[in-house]
Design a protein around this ligand. Structure first.
Ligand SMILES: NC(=O)c1ccc[n+]([C@@H]2O[C@H](COP(=O)([O-])OP(=O)(O)OC[C@H]3O[C@@H](n4cnc5c(N)ncnc54)[C@H](OP(=O)(O)O)[C@@H]3O)[C@@H](O)[C@H]2O)c1
Length: 406
């Protein structure tokens, strides 16, 4: 099937679902974008075991020649979620970025969710600020676990490892264990998180910050998440994972495994999402400065134009579109230099993947984040980054944006 035919096929079922509310219109636009990006051809395999009135379900999408299963929110309307989880208490342990986003979305969806955090910690105060009430839906960790049927382990990854000997005996038969990262069970040789053999173990990993999980939900949109099953003792683990994914605020869920999720996640954040892109910004900026360019010019050509103009366009339309939309001069040079950057960087990415897969990155994270004074050490590193000329110049550049001028 040609890309053009695949695209129009993808649009038809999406368009049929277009409804009147603004929120749903936004969902449609997101769906349109996703399908466009993937030049998707959609098929609808039989929905084994699902209720009859469902018109939408798992979609098999052709991502550039590879077929993958994608689940969507429309298959789990709120009433169905309430029915599905009517006998469950979702005990969400930890109230950091994800705990905040997922917890508030679950609460707004009307589910029976309680928070479990340590009483002396910052999270306890944050939870109260967000309207959780001690003794009603805010408890200390052990008490929340004892009340919960689905235990959502949203402690920091280092804390998941540290607290596991204490938590494990409380994850008894009949409960479900939920993670938002494959980190702890996949690297169990290093984290010691060996899950009990008689519980379902599922994952919903939002592909973004917990703050975005919350803000997209509030806008009537939904974040994309990975969904996976580590252990299925009831035969219902996958269905439960998908339902949980929708309940915490996902718009779309991509099926993966715990291993693939943690490898790609650790690799991505160290690479193009943050570490790699920061390294590239620094290298480009430093050369411009060493060659006599002013801080504002170096920053504008390195970061400002990228984040304010080009990256959002690449996000909306893709790199092919970007090359077609830019000047002939820019296009010629960018296409010519791409292979040189790729060849220089690919060995670095390969060694990064090795370091993720062999557990070195996990060990480093556990060792560093497990230290008592890790917050102080992190703050010292932040001080250094904040003090870099590039980011100080950036602050001045951003202050000139009309919207930032009072
Ligand atoms: N952040 C993201 O953008 C993101 C995205 C996708 C997936 N995830 C995954 O989601 C999970 C949660 O991540 P997060 O970023 O939301 O959490 P986080 O901010 O890293 O973790 C904070 C929570 O862990 C608690 N905690 C830390 N040490 C503890 C200890 N020794 N005993 C008890 N509680 C302890 C904190 O409580 P106190 O306030 O009491 O210290 C706080 O509630 C992780 O598996 C992470 O990989 C995160």
């Amino acid at each position: 099937m040609s890309a053009a035919r695949g695209f129009s096929n993808a649009m038809r079922p999406v368009a049929r679902q277009l409804t009147k509310s603004a929120a749903q219109k936004r969902t449609f636009v997101a769906a349109l974008g996703a399908a466009t990006r993937a030049t998707a051809a959609v098929s609808r395999p039989a929905l084994a075991g699902r209720v009859q009135q469902q018109t939408r379900g798992v979609k098999t999408i052709d991502f550039a020649g590879t077929k993958e299963d994608v689940y969507e929110r429309e298959d789990w309307p709120k009433e169905k979620l309430l029915e599905y989880f009517k006998n469950d208490t979702l005990a969400l342990i930890g109230y950091g970025s994800q705990g905040h986003g997922q917890g508030l979305n679950l609460r707004d969806n009307g589910l029976n969710v309680i928070i479990g955090v340590r009483k002396e910690g910052k999270s306890w105060k944050d939870a109260i600020q967000d309207g959780w009430v001690p003794g009603k839906n805010l408890f200390e960790v052990d008490e929340a676990i004892s009340k919960g049927t689905i235990i959502m382990n949203l402690l920091s990854d280092a804390a998941q490892s540290e607290t596991w000997p204490h938590i494990k005996p409380q994850i008894t038969k009949g409960k479900t264990l939920y993670f938002s990262h494959g980190f702890s069970p996949v690297f169990k040789d290093r984290t010691n998180v060996d899950v009990p053999a008689d519980v379902d173990v599922i994952l919903v990993a939002p592909k973004g910050s917990g703050r975005t999980v919350r803000s997209l939900f509030r806008e009537g949109r939904g974040i994309n998440s990975s969904v996976a099953v580590f252990q299925d003792v009831t035969g219902k683990a996958e269905e439960k994972a998908i339902a949980m994914g929708v309940a915490v605020g996902s718009g779309y869920l991509y099926k993966t495994t715990f291993e693939k999720e943690v490898y790609s996640d650790l690799y991505g954040e160290r690479g193009c999402l943050m570490g790699g892109i920061h390294g590239m910004f620094l290298a480009q900026y430093e050369v411009l400065r060493e060659r006599g360019h002013s801080p504002s010019e170096a920053f504008n050509e390195t970061v400002e134009e990228a984040t304010q103009s080009l990256y959002p366009l690449i996000g909306s339309h893709g790199m092919d579109w970007m090359y077609e939309a830019c000047s002939t001069t820019a296009r010629r040079g960018a296409i010519d230099w791409t292979p040189r950057f790729k060849d220089a960087l690919k060995p670095v990415f390969n060694s990064l993947y090795d370091s993720v897969k062999n557990g070195e990155e996990t060990q480093r994270s556990l060792d560093y984040n497990g230290q008592k004074d890790y917050r102080e050490k992190f703050e010292a590193e932040m001080e250094e980054i904040r003090g870099m000329e590039i980011w100080r110049a950036g602050k001045a550049v951003r202050s000139l944006r009309p919207e930032n001028q009072k």
